[in-house]
Design a protein around this ligand. Sequence first.
Ligand SMILES: NC(=O)c1ccc[n+]([C@@H]2O[C@H](COP(=O)([O-])OP(=O)(O)OC[C@H]3O[C@@H](n4cnc5c(N)ncnc54)[C@H](OP(=O)(O)O)[C@@H]3O)[C@@H](O)[C@H]2O)c1
Length: 249
Amino acid sequence: MTPVGLMLGALFAASGVLFVLTGRAPLRYGRHAAPDASGVPIRLAWILIALPGLVLCPWTVYGAGGGGVVPLIMLVLWMLAYGWRGVLYPALIRGTHGKRMPWAAVVLGAVFTAALAYLNGLVIAETWRAYPLRWLWSIRFLYGVMLFVAGMFISRAADLSLINLRRRGDLGYVLPRGIFFEEVSCPNYLGEMLMWTGWAILTWSKPGLASATLAVALLLPRAVSHHLWYRRTFPNLPPNRRAIIPFVM
Ligand SMILES: NC(=O)c1ccc[n+]([C@@H]2O[C@H](COP(=O)([O-])OP(=O)(O)OC[C@H]3O[C@@H](n4cnc5c(N)ncnc54)[C@H](OP(=O)(O)O)[C@@H]3O)[C@@H](O)[C@H]2O)c1
């Protein structure tokens, strides 16, 4: 097997393991953190996790001599996703005082991002498959971009709603209400899963699929943990609200 094939295999296998493990016990940050949690301050944690996505992907594309209109659009979408997570999101979140993410989660997160950035960089550089101009009008690209943009809109809007639940300095939790939150407890996770599913479709590649698989493996079980936590913490949680998929789960 080639090194690239090994990396992909490891990513799919790790997604399966993470799905099972985090389904049993959520990663210990945010509301699921231990009271005396040690580790990396939460803003820095998100920067470190996203940084390889911002640097390694364009570097790989550049190194492999990528170019062309379709790859450029793909690179812009990728940078928008990681620019939010690694720059704007850490700058905007509130109530971070004393909150930390375990070192292991940060290192693992950064390693996964680096692997995905490298592999998807190869995809964007067209070493996986060629993306001629007519790819822009293919069903895969159009449908994938639609899903990516819709997912990004839902995820960012939900992230901002959650951020605005707190005034500066507040550390506590409030029951979220309003658009998207009436149907599910974690629309930010739902949007993120849609985004990366869209990415898998628009690139029609195994690295794209690895990005979507990892997002689902991390976010689906965490959404269930969040939902159960909301149910325990807020007895007035609307009974029809689901964890992450409206009307289903
Ligand atoms: N693509 C991937 O594989 C992947 C993996 C993990 C995360 N992410 C994305 O990264 C983002 C952050 O993840 P996360 O797990 O930290 O999300 P989260 O638990 O929903 O928290 C998001 C932010 O809102 C705050 N918050 C959440 N619920 C709140 C409430 N009811 N009242 C007041 N404040 C509240 C959190 O504060 P606290 O930190 O104090 O809880 C945190 O600052 C999400 O958009 C997620 O989709 C993506």
